[in-house]
Write a protein that binds this ligand. Structure first.
Ligand SMILES: NC(=O)c1ccc[n+]([C@@H]2O[C@H](COP(=O)([O-])OP(=O)(O)OC[C@H]3O[C@@H](n4cnc5c(N)ncnc54)[C@H](OP(=O)(O)O)[C@@H]3O)[C@@H](O)[C@H]2O)c1
Length: 297
């Protein structure tokens, strides 16, 4: 049995479908089973639990050989934060896995470090450190930004005006990877015991700016208008004002400033020598596939 924490999410859904399609039994851990109705499959079980509550995880571990962590606390659903989910929640999940003699495949981010300017990256780093010391067999998968997530966000913000919203100047080069390529790597990591003790880094074939990403989306959508920009000064002001009342939003504003200014490019590793069958999907192909894969829904 494979337990996928975050199996209801964008990446987790693809991982669950891939593992189930291999004939493996999969259990999805979610805070609310209503978020898993799209995963109805006789090989997929759903169990409710919250990684912030270690006690809620023991039932989820029954018969589990591998745990996949595809969770994050950077979003808006529930009172979550990178500290409570990515650091402490992953610690609970790893401890539960170690107690059950299960291996762990942890989703992390390219560039994580203890001093990173983005809190989420620091909390992922803490999770990696805890996992390596836990005694559980482990594999870490670090990915760059998911292209589909950001295209989706740009598309949604273009809804009424036809002009996607870009945070900051939008000229900083960033690496975007297709979430389906990441799911394929996580699937390999789950089924390949020789990946234990390895840290994989996966990125897309191009480093592109948000302006270019938005431009490609506009072209693919038959729109011509230029994106709207939220100036960095406004992002800083919003981060300061929202801090005490909407910490999640303030965190996102701070991350937006960092994404507009710091190095988020990717230098390919030897990952594809190890797994030559893994696809490297271009931005153009991601945009062409839109609708077919339903990633805008
Ligand atoms: N998005 C990116 O650009 C990107 C880049 C690199 C790495 N990653 C990593 O890839 C993974 C998947 O990202 P994603 O964008 O696909 O995520 P997503 O769609 O936003 O889904 C997040 C998942 O986290 C789960 N979750 C959050 N708090 C939880 C809690 N307290 N207890 C249990 N589950 C909780 C949610 O489950 P429920 O709501 O069902 O409880 C949901 O399934 C994450 O580890 C993320 O950090 C993402």
């Amino acid at each position: 049995m494979i337990l996928v924490a975050g199996g209801s999410g964008r990446l987790g859904t693809l991982i669950v479908r891939r593992l189930a399609a291999r004939g493996l039994r999969v259990r999805v851990l979610t805070r609310d089973r209503k978020r898993t109705t799209h995963l109805e499959d006789s090989r997929v079980e759903v169990i409710e639990g919250d990684v912030r509550d270690g006690a809620s995880l023991s039932a989820a571990m029954a018969g589990v050989s591998t745990v996949v962590s595809a969770i994050h606390g950077f979003g808006d659903i529930g009172n979550v934060s990178p500290a409570s989910v990515d650091r402490d929640g992953n610690r609970n999940l790893v401890n539960a896995a170690a107690a059950a003699n299960a291996a762990v495949v942890l989703m992390s981010i390219v560039g994580v470090s203890a001093e990173h300017p983005i809190e989420l990256f620091r909390m992922k780093h803490a999770a990696e450190v805890h996992l390596r010391a836990s005694g559980a067999p482990w594999t870490i998968v670090r990915a760059t930004a998911f292209a589909e997530f950001w295209l989706d966000l740009l598309d949604r913000t273009a809804d009424s005006s036809g002009r996607p919203v870009v945070f900051g100047r939008g000229s900083n080069a960033i690496n975007f990877v297709s979430v389906s390529d990441v799911a394929a790597l996580v699937e390999r990591a789950v089924v390949d015991p020789s990946s234990r003790g390895a840290t994989f880094e996966i990125g897309g074939p191009q480093n592109v700016s948000f302006n270019r990403l938005a431009g490609s989306l506009q072209e693919a959508s038959g729109r011509t208008a230029a994106p709207r920009h939220v100036p960095r000064t406004l992002l800083r002001l919003l981060a300061a004002v929202l801090g005490p009342i909407q910490p999640n939003r303030a965190r996102q504003m701070r991350a937006a400033i960092a994404m507009d200014t710091i190095d988020l490019t990717f230098v390919p590793t030897d990952l594809h020598r190890r797994y030559p069958e893994l696809a490297v999907t271009s931005l153009a192909d991601i945009l062409t596939r839109r609708g077919v894969d339903g990633w805008f829904s």
